[in-house]
Write a protein of this length. Structure first.
Length: 147
């Protein structure tokens, strides 16, 4: 029943299409946050990440650093750069974001904001892809073929 309530809440909060992939009792923070209107999720992500959103290198470093448990060694290996480069970039991220990535609360905010940003970006990409593949005058994207 809890899964049905979550799905209903998500459907009501959604501004676009709703896709339910799997109903489980264990979700993620992202699943929970998808019930928040997209406008508010976007505002949070922009507020937290705004200073680095236009810098693909720093954003990629942040994403990789988080994915590798904030380990400069593993991040450097994944990015094929020296550990000092990672340390410099993390320092720059902290300076621009005004956050300490060793502080749990700051790290949680940045991580959630990045997850929201990526999730919203993926949704936008999917919507653009769908729009590009619809035939003119065919909102269903069926290319005019009879169903």
């Amino acid at each position: 029943m809890a899964g049905a309530r979550r799905a209903l809440a998500a459907a009501r909060a959604a501004t676009g299409r709703v896709v339910v992939l799997e109903d489980t009792d264990t979700g993620t923070v992202l699943d929970l946050l998808r019930t928040v209107p997209a406008r508010e999720r976007t505002a949070f992500a922009r507020t937290v990440l705004g200073p680095v959103l236009a810098d693909a290198e720093l954003l990629g470093t942040l994403r990789t650093h988080l994915r590798h448990g904030c380990s400069p060694t593993r991040t450097a290996h994944a990015l094929h750069v020296h550990q000092n480069t990672v340390r410099y970039r993390v320092g720059r991220l902290e300076e621009l974001l005004g956050r300490d990535l060793r502080d749990v609360a700051d790290l949680a905010d940045v991580h959630v904001a990045l997850r929201l940003h990526d999730d919203l970006h993926d949704d936008l990409h999917d919507d653009l892809h769908d729009d590009l593949h619809e035939a003119p005058g065919d909102p269903g994207g069926h290319g005019g073929a009879a169903q």
